[in-house]
Design a protein around this ligand. Structure first.
Ligand code: VAH
Length: 308
């Protein structure tokens, strides 16, 4: 039975729905600190859970015969810079709680997302390699890098089958994003629809690795379904699909909404974005477990505007 922690978040809602479709509604227990997201209501079991309460989590794992955990609860990059110690505490302790229970209860598999935010200004910015200089400059990036080290340690030292992906910025319409630097690429669609204009908090030529949520969900499930013998990376796989700038996504939207105009007012998030890669080399994910993205900027823009 699968437990999803952080099931009401931007990734959590869609991952929970996809897992329920694959494994059966009753076999996926959704949990979050918040009350149940509307899109989850009536689709399967839900419990309120504070992942920071290790004892409560342990009891829940035993009582519900949990064999896999997807841990999606985290404080993201922009929010994390407002309260670094809280972000570090939540992002690290939640993972350590899950890894230690996975070891004690001999759980089958664990999924925990990392991010391209682990890379910093000293990493190669173009086609950032799987193995390279990693000096994150945000607390979110530091916690994701440290988390990767813990995942690899629990795998090599205790045999826990924990798997991870360095997600790029994820764009979706079903559940609100959680305070990330890439959230402009979601806001822009809502603003374009409602006001035909958007003021970007990142400058016009800020290239970032991005991915449409359906690709990210499929990548997660394909990684978790792959035979363990194929998983050579036990920190976190680089994962890519496309890269674009605010100017480029604005131009793509203008093809659908000709009246759409953009303005640029970079804020503190510009500095975060400047330290991140422009594009990602995900050749190891493609080689090890057959990763292949399906959505490019044009396909994503069309689909987003159809659904918002
Ligand atoms: C953030 N959406 O902006 C997340 C993600 C690569 C970006 O980690 O913090």
């Amino acid at each position: 039975k699968i437990l999803v922690i952080g099931a009401c978040g931007q990734i959590g809602v869609e991952l929970t729905l996809a897992l329920r479709k694959m494994y059966g509604d009753a076999n996926v227990l959704a949990s979050d600190l918040r009350e149940e997201h509307d899109l989850l209501k009536g689709t399967g079991p839900y419990v309120s859970l504070d992942v920071m309460n290790k004892e409560m989590l342990h009891v829940l794992v035993i009582r519900h015969n949990i064999t896999q955990i997807y841990l999606l609860a985290a404080i993201l990059s922009a929010t994390g810079e407002k309260n670094p110690l809280l972000a570090w505490h939540i992002n690290m302790q939640s993972l350590l709680n899950v890894l230690d229970i996975a070891k004690e209860e001999n759980l089958d598999k664990i999924y925990w997302p990392s991010s391209i935010a682990v890379f910093g200004p000293n990493s190669p910015a173009q086609e950032t390699p799987q193995h390279t200089i990693i000096e994150p400059t945000t607390i979110y990036g530091i916690s994701k890098f440290a988390g990767e080290r813990w995942c690899e340690y629990y795998n090599h030292r205790f045999g826990v089958d924990v798997r991870s992906l360095r997600y790029p910025g994820l764009i979706s319409y079903k559940s609100a994003p959680g305070g990330g630097t890439t959230d402009y690429a979601i806001e822009i669609f809502h603003e374009a629809k409602e006001h035909q204009k958007y003021t970007s908090f990142l400058s016009e030529n800020t290239y970032l690795p991005m991915m449409y949520m359906p690709d990210a969900i499929r990548a997660t499930i394909e990684l978790m379904e792959a035979d363990a013998s194929k998983i050579a990376v036990r920190s976190a796989y680089n994962l890519g699909a496309m890269s674009f700038s605010p100017k480029e996504i604005g131009a793509e939207i203008q093809k659908h909404i000709p009246a759409f105009t953009m303005a640029y007012e970079p804020d503190y998030r510009q500095q975060i974005a400047d330290g991140w890669p422009n594009s990602i080399d995900d050749s190891q994910a493609r080689a090890d477990w057959g990763w292949k993205p399906e959505f490019d900027l044009a396909a994503m823009t069309k689909d987003m505007l159809q659904h918002i």
